[in-house]
Design a protein around this ligand. Sequence first.
Ligand SMILES: Cc1cc2nc3c(=O)[nH]c(=O)nc-3n(C[C@H](O)[C@H](O)[C@H](O)COP(=O)(O)O)c2cc1C
Length: 384
Amino acid sequence: MLSRRGFIRIAGGGIILAAGGISLTRCDRMPAEAIEGWRQPGRGENDVRKRILSYAILAPNPHNRQPWLVDLNTPSRIVLYCDRTRLLPHTDPFARQIVIGHGTFLELLDMAAGAEGYRASIAYFPRGAFGARVVDDRPVAEIILRKDPNRQIDPLFKQVLKRHTNRETYDTDRPLTGGQINSLRGLKIDPAVRLNLTTGAGPLAKLRRLTTDALILEIRTPAKFGESIEVMRIGAGEIAEHRDGLSIHGPMMWWLRQLGMLSREAMRDPASKSFEVGLDMARDQGGSAMAFAWLTTEDNARETQLKTGRAYLRLHLKTTELGLAQHPMSQLLQEYSEMAELQARFLQVVGAGSGQTVQMLARLGHAAPAGPAPRRRLGDMIRA
Ligand SMILES: Cc1cc2nc3c(=O)[nH]c(=O)nc-3n(C[C@H](O)[C@H](O)[C@H](O)COP(=O)(O)O)c2cc1C
């Protein structure tokens, strides 16, 4: 997650030379077992539900908390629950994003069922939807699988193993092409969700500024940023142990940790270099956006949040197909008081009407490819 610029800022040039000289490029790699889920999902599995679920758990989800629990006790049926130990109460107080992260899961599940020649009948909230502010222990969805020889494989399914959230600095010399923009505008998603896209210089400049300011505000708000720090997995050891959260690893990170310059404590301390690097990263990320895509809905019902997640997954698979990098920048959408003023300005810039909810906001562009994020074992998400 840390750029070379960030590393130089913390450590100074001498250490870079040393690192280059000793060639530590193999050190502190992403542990293979943490990303094994991305290699031939479901291979060797007899139960078709588990084969399908091995794909569904690759869905994008907030802070990579992987808040899914499934019950497989009835044959041909999957009951999906929210794992309430994996919520983000500070940055996602109403669990809106967590529910979106169930929608991404369901879309991927549906696509994987199609690839297996099954039709998935998905009932949302079969025992009633969660309230607007809390999640409870009722199921999010009940899925019944039936064989269907006529089911076509979704063309976007090919992109599933290549889709990765890309937090790099994007290439500001490479705008989106007309072809990419047209393909995105033509993307088919649930009619309850509207996809908006801007590449125009004026709105792009405003949104770059707003997304950067919002991320910086979050970093400067201890309770909010603290929630991200809690789920940061620093170094290969922590990543392999947890297989979730936000991974920080690689030779530069390893050096910084050895030098005592990268730690949870340093990230919390506004006087530290590490903290300044976080701010630089926010500027690089927001400032290098070459387009913004956002998903708007007319209401904020729980079902609509699920449909948003399904649309978001399709959008990310489409941008992957088009060779674009994508990175959600959710801070402006978050429902906490410190963000209210920036949020109001953002809603004005994008012309969101009263009653509408902007559910997702992501920057797009061209960038060096991102690697896969860890996933826990499917077995750890199955309810006994
Ligand atoms: C509802 C939602 C909100 C997200 N918000 C952010 C965000 O603000 N910043 C960010 O870096 N990633 C965000 N992400 C991306 C997740 O962190 C990412 O999906 C997760 O770490 C797993 O990585 P992967 O998408 O590469 O598989 C969001 C994802 C979802 C579904």
